[in-house]
Design a protein around this ligand. Structure first.
Ligand SMILES: Nc1ncnc2c1ncn2[C@@H]1O[C@H](COP(=O)(O)OP(=O)(O)OP(=O)(O)O)[C@@H](O)[C@H]1O
Length: 921
């Protein structure tokens, strides 16, 4: 047997390659042995990616693929959970029974990896009241990877486990709260999700849900915070994509009356409603209405919302054409009346606002009206729609919050669920991707800070010697994006503040020159479009500078807001209150020095706020992975998964997790101080070191990482174990072979004896047949003999009465036999020769031949068996008679010739003479 090389074998196993080429040459035993000796579980059985060896993108990928192939969708990656999207309903994977199983398990982490393990861990952490008590779960991944699904399942999990009402009444209250929290999902998804190329139900916003728990760890409420709603989708959808689900729900689900009310005739075409023929399961108007009702949004308010949305759809159909006279506003194509009616806006001011820009200038703030170009009119129209929709979404979120949020006194702790877009890198990246990737950088930093720094600090506090891992920090990248005083964000914001006309190329030059020293800034010389590259932790991304400043400004013409404030619609009135303070803030202040609120600055502020919340919690990470972009079950596309693994920095995550102590020992005594716990651990490590054969001079080596020490010890223990396993295996193998040999001998013996018995049986049967045949033959012969002997041979001479006329005297017999013996040749010759002699003449001849006395014929009998044919033999019968036979006797002793002694004739039917021996005698 080859000597066991633990790590080598392990590596070859996990990599899926056999290091020994001969093992592929049909040596099953050797392969079995290697598999046995390696003692390592097959890839799909590795619950934790830190166990793959070595940890590389390839091995991690293989492991995930192997698990996906056996319908195992969750895998630990140290402190992170990797969730593969099954793209199919998996029975019982999220059942309440399974939730309870994880909830009641003494050690849920020993069960199979699952989002419920994470859910239960956070819940127990809250229960333990150990600082930080509040928990957060960061669910990330690219679009369609399963973030929303995961968050939804976790909310259901908490709804099941975080409720132990003591009374029926409190049970009802808890149930109502849970139902409201769960009902917020369909409403938020209807207004915030849309069908994209990558996901039929893609969340177009980020969200942080705070589940609030009371002292008894029961869920008493929740709050939702949203980030970066993709409001441009209202007015601009990529081909093959759709607008937000709610628009389709209204158009498809409205009743006849509602259609009339909202001016949505059946089959009406709206340019902001592309691909209406595609019906998705998300197009469920009734579910949304029901959920809204549960959240306290009554039917009139709902109708109001849908009427506003219908107004936006009609606004999308408004077209403009350039006027021949530049001083005149653009011409209107189509009608704006329906839109104005539905939005309850005065028609003419609406049209004017869309077509004419108002400029205030001079000390007196004189108002100038400038007709807009066609493109500007379109932009203003889109801006109006985006503004209304964004406000509506924010209003909805606030309503949801007021419905599900608990009284501040009723909750003490929370579990946060953060569902954020994962790292994004497309061929054309703009401000949205910059914000998303910036958020991901921040979260990555938070992750590293939490797991590595916190761990190291903790070890230091515990007095554990620790070789501090110098880990790649993404601070340089963050400095590039958000740093002070100069960063990408500050430069883009500056462009907005200065409000100077600048081209995309100028912005690129400014960024490159101002941030030239940053190692994370790159430049693509081959790119025709003005762009810059940011080297993120998950890989480099090229951002195009065209439109970046404009997007960042996200300008809302003040006239639009003023117009909306004039609306008579109750909902719009709430959303656009005529508040002078707000007005002052929103108006771009010509000479004012107030900072401009750009998209980036707002996003940065909300991100910082979020991170502050996260910093006060114990974070848990779930990385969702999409096995293929087509959303197909049972399809694992390696390249696609690989790019996601790279993007989420999973390998780094595993390294970070593996860099910490995999196991923590605490002091045995209850309430032991961290110090004693540390000492205890050191002692155990040292004991362990000695146990595995560490030398005294190696004591100095104690300074090297305890991890290395343990690894060294582990390798030695593994080797010892391997030797033991080899020995045991050999013994087992020999015993097995011996057993096999004995079994073979036994089988051989049994087979042989069986054959022998069969042979004997056959012989026996043959002998029986022969015996029977022989007996039969003998009987036949006896019968023939008895026939031949006329049935007299069986009668004893003395008992048999002499035949009539026969007499038998000793002298007579003696003389007869003597005569026969003496004269038989002559008699025979005569008997044969005298063919023509008959009757008495013949007898005479015989008598003469036999020298019988003529005078006493009654004392003996002479019979000839054949009168006509020649005589073959002459026989002497015991009774003293003589027979002449014409046929050869069948009797066995028929060829016995008479002895010369006259007294030797004994027995029956003694042959005196046979013809064939005539010549020889
Ligand atoms: N655990 C799961 N079991 C079955 N199907 C799933 C699971 N997770 C996700 N899916 C399927 O994948 C689809 C996409 O998932 P989801 O909407 O949660 O992705 P996402 O990461 O939130 O995407 P986006 O960022 O675009 O919102 C779901 O509509 C569902 O069909």
């Amino acid at each position: 047997f080859p000597r066991f090389h633990g790590p080598l074998l392990m590596a070859s196993q996990v990599n899926g390659h056999s290091s020994d080429s001969s093992s592929q040459g049909g040596e099953p035993l050797r392969e079995d042995l290697q598999e046995f000796l390696s003692g390592e579980a097959p890839l799909h059985q590795l619950d934790d990616l830190t166990k793959v060896n070595p940890v590389t993108l390839e091995t991690v990928l293989r492991c995930l693929q192997a698990r996906y192939a056996v319908d195992t969708f969750y895998t630990n990656a140290g402190c992170t959970l990797v969730a593969l999207n099954p793209f199919k309903p998996v029975p019982q994977l999220y059942s309440p029974a399974l939730m309870r199983e994880y909830h009641s398990a003494p050690q849920p982490q020993k069960l199979k990896p699952h989002i419920f393990t994470v859910g239960e861990q956070t819940y127990r952490n809250v229960k333990s009241l150990m600082e930080p008590v509040n928990q957060s779960i960061v669910v990330s991944g690219e679009s369609g990877a399963g973030k929303t699904w995961t968050s939804r399942c976790l909310m259901k999990f908490y709804a099941v486990v975080a409720t132990s009402p003591t009374s029926w009444e409190s049970h009802k209250i808890a149930e109502r709260i849970e139902q409201r929290i769960l009902n917020s999902n369909p409403v938020m998804e209807a207004f915030g999700n849309a069908c994209t190329l990558r996901n039929d139900n893609s969340s177009r916003f980020g969200k942080f849900i705070q589940l609030q728990l009371n002292r008894a760890q029961q869920m008493t409420g929740a709050t939702v915070q949203t980030y970066l709603l993709e409001k441009t989708r209202v007015a601009c959808q990529a081909s093959s994509e759709r607008n937000f689900h709610i628009f389709y729900q209204i158009c498809k689900g409205a009743s006849t009356d509602e259609r009339l009310q909202w001016h949505l005739p059946e089959g009406a075409a709206f340019s902001w409603l592309p691909n209406p023929e595609r019906t998705l399961e998300e197009d469920c108007f009734e579910v949304t209405r029901e959920a809204m009702l549960h959240l306290g949004i009554d039917t009139p308010t709902q109708n109001n919302i849908f009427q506003v949305l219908a107004g936006l759809l009609h606004l999308g159909n408004v077209r403009f054409a350039d006027s021949e006279d530049e001083a005149q506003p653009c011409q209107l194509r189509g009608s704006i009346r329906t839109s104005a009616l539905l939005l309850q806006l005065p028609e003419d001011p609406l049209l004017d606002t869309l077509r004419i820009r108002t400029i205030r200038a001079g000390r007196q703030q004189q108002v100038f009206r400038k007709p807009c170009s066609r493109a500007e009119c379109d932009t203003r129209r889109d801006c109006l729609a985006k503004l209304v929709y964004a406000r509506l979404f924010d209003w909805l979120v606030s309503v949801i919050n007021s419905s599900i949020c608990a009284d501040p006194d009723s909750w003490t702790t929370f579990i946060g669920l953060l569902d954020v877009y994962g790292f994004e890198s497309f061929p054309n990246n703009s401000l949205e991707q910059l914000c998303i990737n910036y958020a991901n950088e921040k979260l990555q930093q938070h992750f590293v800070a939490h797991y590595l720094r916190a761990q190291q600090e903790e070890y230091a506090v515990e007095g554990l010697e620790w070789s501090f891992v110098t880990y790649q920090d993404n601070q340089t990248c963050l400095d590039l994006i958000e740093g002070s005083p100069i960063s990408i964000c500050s430069l883009i914001n500056e462009e907005c503040r200065l409000n100077r006309p600048s081209s995309a190329a100028q912005l690129q030059t400014r960024i490159e020159s101002a941030l030239a020293g940053s190692p994370c800034l790159g430049h693509n010389k081959l790119s025709r479009e003005p762009s810059f590259i940011v080297v993120h932790y998950a890989g480099p991304v090229q951002y195009h500078t065209a439109g970046l400043v404009e997007k960042n400004k996200d300008p809302v013409p003040p006239e639009l807001t003023s117009l909306l404030q004039q609306s008579q619609d109750p909902l719009l009135k709430v959303m656009f209150p005529a508040d002078p303070e707000e007005k002052a803030q929103e108006e771009p202040s010509g000479q004012s020095r107030a900072p401009v609120l750009t998209v980036v600055s707002k996003f940065k502020a909300s991100l910082e706020q979020l991170l502050q919340v996260l910093h006060g919690t114990t974070p848990h990470y779930i990385r969702c992975i999409k096995p293929n972009s087509q959303g197909q079950a049972h399809t694992f596309l390696q390249e696609e998964v690989l790019s996601q693994l790279e993007a989420c920095g999973l390998v780094e995550t595993i390294h970070i997790s593996a860099a910490g102590f995999p196991i923590r020992w605490f002091g045995d005594e209850e309430g032991s101080s961290p110090k004693s716990a540390a000492c205890s651990q050191q002692d155990r490590v040292w004991d362990h070191f000695r146990a595995v054969g560490g030398e005294a001079e190696d004591l100095s080596g104690y300074a090297f990482s305890q991890l290395e020490l343990l690894e060294h010890g582990r390798a030695q223990v593994l080797e010892q174990c391997a030797r033991r396993i080899q020995g045991s295996w050999r013994r087992h193998w020999h015993r097995k072979q011996e057993r096999q040999r004995r079994a073979a001998v036994l089988i051989q013996a049994a087979t042989r004896s069986w054959f022998a018995r069969r042979h004997v049986r056959r012989l026996h049967a043959a002998a029986t047949v022969i015996k029977r045949a022989w007996r039969k033959w003998r009987i036949g012969m006896a019968f023939l003999a008895s026939k031949e002997l006329d049935g007299v041979e069986e009668k004893h001479l003395s008992q048999v009465p002499l035949p009539t006329g026969s007499f038998l005297l000793p002298q007579t017999q003696t003389s007869l036999l003597a005569a026969i013996i003496r004269l038989w040749p002559l008699g025979l010759v005569l008997a044969n020769a005298a063919a023509g002699v008959r009757g008495f003449q013949r007898k005479l001849v015989v008598w003469a031949c036999l020298q019988l006395r003529m005078g006493s014929p009654s004392s003996y009998t002479v019979q000839t068996a054949q009168e006509h044919a020649g005589v073959t033999s002459i026989r002497a019968l015991p009774q003293g008679s003589v027979k002449f036979h014409c046929r050869k006797s069948p009797l066995p002793y028929a060829d016995i010739c008479p002895e010369p002694s006259p007294y030797s004739v004994t027995g029956f039917n003694q042959i005196l003479l046979e013809r064939h021996s005539l010549g020889h005698r």
